[in-house]
Design a binder for this molecule. Structure first.
Ligand SMILES: Cc1cc2nc3c(=O)[nH]c(=O)nc-3n(C[C@H](O)[C@H](O)[C@H](O)COP(=O)(O)OP(=O)(O)OC[C@H]3O[C@@H](n4cnc5c(N)ncnc54)[C@H](O)[C@@H]3O)c2cc1C
Ligand code: SF4
Ligand code: SF4
Length: 404
C-alpha cells in the first residue's frame, strides 16, 4: 500500500526538524532546506516511491520512550565533574564531557553537536583532544543529515556509541537501532530557536563591530553559572559579553517568541524520556548541591544502560553524584516532564520579521532589551542588587525574630 512521506503526513508545522526521515529514505528522495522561518525541513523529491519507510522514523508519528510505567526508572541525581576546567567549558555540570571521556577511553565514538562556522552540525568524535569542540549548549538547530546512518555503520563495526542531542533527535536515532552498544543522552529541551533569527542577530552585531563574528559561546561562565553570559568574539580580535537576560537574541529565546513551531507541542520532551540518560541545568538547586556557582547538572537515568554508565563514571572518581527525589529534580525544570510550551501571540510575527531583514525592527516589535554589557550588569549586581538582597534578608530575619 502506498503511504505519504512523514513530512506530508504531519505537515511542516508539527515537524521537529530532527531529519530522521532524510536518513531513513531508501531512495534518497528527501533533501533538506532552511524554511522561511529559519528551521531545517525535509522536502520531498520526484524519486519518492511512497514506501512509507520515513514515517517509521518520525518522532511525531512514533515517539520513542525508554520505559514502561511499571519500571523503577527514572532515577534522579544532582551532580558535576570534579575537573574545574571541564566545568568552566560546560554549560551545566560537565556530565556530557565525563560520559564522552569514558566512552572514548573504551575505543568508542561520541556523536554530538559542534559549531561549523555559525552553523551547528551533529558530528562524531573518536579522540579525547577533539572533545572540547563538542562542549557547550548551542541554542540553534543542529543539522543532523547523514549522522543516523553513520551511527549504524559504527554500531555494525562493533563500536560503542554515545549519541547526545535533543529528545526529538534521540527518538529518531532509536527508531533506527536500539541495542546495548548505543547509549543515548537527551538534553532537557526548552525548544530550539530560529537559525534565521540567529543569523540576523549576527549580521546586526557584525555591522556594529565592523567585523565578522568568529565564535559564539551561549553559556560563558566567566561570572558564574547562574549569571551566565552570551559571549562573542570577532575576527578583528574584539570580543564582548552580555548577561543572558539582557542579550536580545537570548531574551527572545527565553520568551519563546521564535521557537520551532513543532516545539510548542513537543511529542518527546517529557517523562518517560527518550534517552538512556537526560541532562539539564539544576535550576532551583538545593543548598547542598550548589557547587560554588560552577554549575550543577540535573541528571536522570532512564534505563539500566543509563544507570550503569553513570555509576561507572562516578566510580572512576570523575563525577560527583547525589540522588535527589523526583520533585526536587523537576521542580524548576518543567521541560523535564512537559512537552507543552505556551505559544506567545508574537510568534505570529516571525516570518514577517525575518523578511524585514532588520534585527533592530525585531528588537522593537518583540520588546526585547537593547544590549547591556556584562560589565554594567556586574556593577549593578555587585553594587545594587546583592546589597539590596542582603538588606531584605536581614530585614526578614529581624521581623521573624521580632514576631517570635
Ligand atoms: C536547544 C537546547 C535547549 C535546552 N533547554 C534546556 C532547558 O530548558 N532546561 C535545562 O535544564 N537544560 C536545557 N538544555 C540543556 C543544557 O543547556 C545543557 O546542554 C545540559 O545541561 C548538558 O550540559 P553539560 O554541562 O553536561 O554539557 P555541555 O558540554 O554543555 O553539553 C554539550 C552537548 O549538548 C548537546 N547540544 C548542544 N547544543 C545542541 C544542539 N543545538 N542540538 C542538539 N544537541 C545539542 C550536544 O550534543 C553537546 O555536545 C538545552 C539544551 C539545548 C541544546
Ligand atoms: S519530525 Fe523529523 S522525521 Fe518527522 S518529518 Fe520532521 S524531520 Fe522528518
Ligand atoms: S522541544 Fe521537542 S521538538 Fe523542539 S527541539 Fe526540543 S525535543 Fe525537539
Amino acid at each position: 500500500m502506498k503511504k505519504d512521506p512523514a513530512i506530508l503526513l504531519i505537515g511542516s508545522k508539527a515537524c521537529t526538524g530532527c531529519l530522521g526521515c532524510v536518513d531513513a529514505c531508501p531512495v534518497n528522495a528527501l533533501s533538506v532546506v532552511l524554511d522561511e522561518e529559519g528551521f531545517y525541513r525535509p522536502i520531498v523529491g520526484d524519486s519518492c516511491t511512497k514506501c512509507g519507510v520515513c514515517a517509521d522514523h518520525c518522532p511525531v508519528l512514533i515517539p520513542k520512550k525508554t520505559r514502561d510505567c511499571r519500571s523503577q526508572y527514572p532515577l534522579f541525581w544532582g551532580g558535576w565533574s570534579f575537573d574545574d576546567e571541564v566545568l568552566q567549558k560546560s554549560s551545566s555540570g560537565g556530565v556530557f564531557y565525563e560520559l564522552a571521556h569514558h566512552v572514548i577511553a573504551q575505543d568508542g565514538v561520541v556523536v554530538a553537536a559542534r559549531w561549523e562556522g555559525l552553523k551547528v552540525v551533529h558530528d562524531f568524535c573518536m579522540k579525547e583532544e577533539d572533545l572540547p569542540d563538542f562542549m557547550g549548549s548551542k541554542y540553534i538547530p543542529s543539522d543532523t543529515t547523514g549522522i543516523y546512518k553513520k551511527v549504524i555503520v559504527f554500531l555494525n563495526e562493533g563500536k560503542k556509541v554515545l549519541f547526545v542531542g535533543t529528545p526529538c533527535q534521540i527518538s529518531a536515532m532509536r527508531s533506527f537501532v536500539d541495542n546495548e552498544n548505543l547509549v543515548t543522552v537527551d538534553v532537557i529541551c526548552h525548544g530550539v530557536p530560529s537559525l534565521g533569527i540567529f543569523k540576523l542577530y549576527c549580521d546586526f552585531l557584525e555591522k556594529k563591530e565592523g567585523s565578522s563574528v568568529h565564535e559564539v559561546a551561549f553559556r560563558s561562565k566567566k561570572h558564574g553559572w547562574s549569571s551566565f553570559q552570551v559571549s562573542l568574539s570577532f575576527v578583528n580580535g574584539y570580543s564582548r559579553s552580555f548577561f543572558h537576560g539582557w542579550d536580545p537574541f537570548f531574551k527572545g529565546f527565553l520568551k519563546d517568541v521564535y521557537l520551532n513551531e513543532g516545539c510548542y507541542s513537543c511529542p518527546v520532551a517529557m517523562i518517560p524520556r527518550p534517552g538512556d540518560i537526560s541532562l539539564g541545568d539544576f535550576w532551583g538547586v538545593p543548598g547542598g548541591l550548589k557547587n560554588e556557582d560552577k554549575g550543577t547538572s540535573v541528571i536522570s537515568a532512564n534505563s539500566p544502560i543509563g544507570e550503569k554508565i553513570l555509576l561507572e563514571v562516578r566510580d572512576e572518581g570523575r563525577l560527583f553524584l547525589k540522588e535527589v527525589p523526583e520533585r526536587t529534580a523537576v521542580k524548576s525544570n518543567p521541560y523535564f516532564f512537559m512537552g507543552y510550551r505556551h505559544r506567545p501571540k508574537d510568534r505570529n510575527l516571525l516570518k514577517s520579521l525575518l523578511n524585514s531583514g532588520d534585527f533592530e525592527t525585531l528588537i522593537r516589535e518583540l520588546k526585547l532589551n537593547t544590549l547591556v554589557s556584562s560589565k554594567i550588569w556586574m556593577v549593578l549586581k555587585k553594587e545594587i542588587l546583592s546589597p539590596c538582597k542582603k538588606a531584605v534578608a536581614v530585614a526578614i530575619q529581624f521581623l521573624r525574630r521580632f514576631r517570635s
